[in-house]
Design a protein around this ligand. Structure first.
Ligand code: FES
Length: 239
């Protein structure tokens, strides 16, 4: 069976909006297909590969969607897929990575000439300002949770949801500002959470890690050493 995986990079887009496009792509696909969001939320590329392989896909095309599509993702994604492939047995499917759509002049022409609905814009003084955007919220801890593509591959977005739930259970939600970020750089050591104002960087992979982090770093005010990968200000010698 042939299959496609559509790869979508869309950081500032709601899950509902992503789903609309993902579902439309899957519906329009000529073969069995999945759509994967590369950052922020939802199951990642390895999940989709596992899923299609379990459905006996023998040939899978990875198709980047986006104009333009990030060149760093274009370079990294085949390697991430190759890493998955290296863990498979002899029944592994063939994998292919498609050229991004920006090289297809028909797609460019369709985008440039699309007949779309228009909304008029009237003058609105200070229209760029919004309610509640004047002062930082009151909190004691600022947690930067990496939802970049390489942490996402290891389920970082699902960990964000789990972290928020655990903060609620521990009665810490109102004390913590949780911000999902793009890549924070130590991708190989991810998924990464940075805890300010202390400047402690942690690798948080599992539910147990989340509980350890919340109870240690936030409730007890200690440093869970088993999770610590870096402290702001430390200098690491290149390997
Ligand atoms: S993607 Fe998370 S540190 Fe790079």
């Amino acid at each position: 069976m042939d299959a496609y995986i559509y790869l979508i990079s869309a950081q500032y887009v709601s899950q509902a909006r992503f789903r609309d496009v993902a579902d439309a792509l899957v519906k329009a696909a000529p073969v069995e297909a999945r759509a994967v969001r590369l950052e922020t939320s939802g199951d990642g590329l390895w999940h989709a590969l596992d899923d299609l392989t379990a459905r006996l896909a023998t040939r899978i095309e990875l198709r980047p969607i986006g104009l333009p599509f990030s060149q760093s993702l274009e370079k990294w994604l085949p390697n991430a897929a190759a890493s998955w492939l290296a863990r498979q047995g002899e029944n592994a499917p063939e994998l292919y990575f498609a050229t991004s759509l920006q090289t297809d002049l028909n797609v460019i022409h369709a985008a440039a000439n699309a007949k779309v609905a228009l909304r008029p814009i009237a003058p609105k003084p200070s229209g760029e300002l919004g309610k509640g955007w004047d002062t930082p919220p009151a909190f004691r801890h600022h947690l930067l949770v990496c939802a970049g593509p390489r942490c996402h591959l290891k389920d970082a977005p699902n960990l964000v949801d789990a972290l928020r739930a655990e903060l609620g259970r521990a009665g810490q939600s109102s004390d913590c500002l949780v911000t999902t970020t793009g890549c924070l750089f130590p991708c190989n050591a991810g998924p990464v959470i940075v805890h300010y104002p202390h400047g402690n960087w942690y690798r948080v992979e599992t539910m147990d890690d989340i509980r350890t982090f919340v109870s240690g770093a936030l409730r007890a005010g200690t440093i869970p050493r088993s999770l610590l990968i870096h402290q702001t200000g430390d200098i690491h010698e290149p390997a």
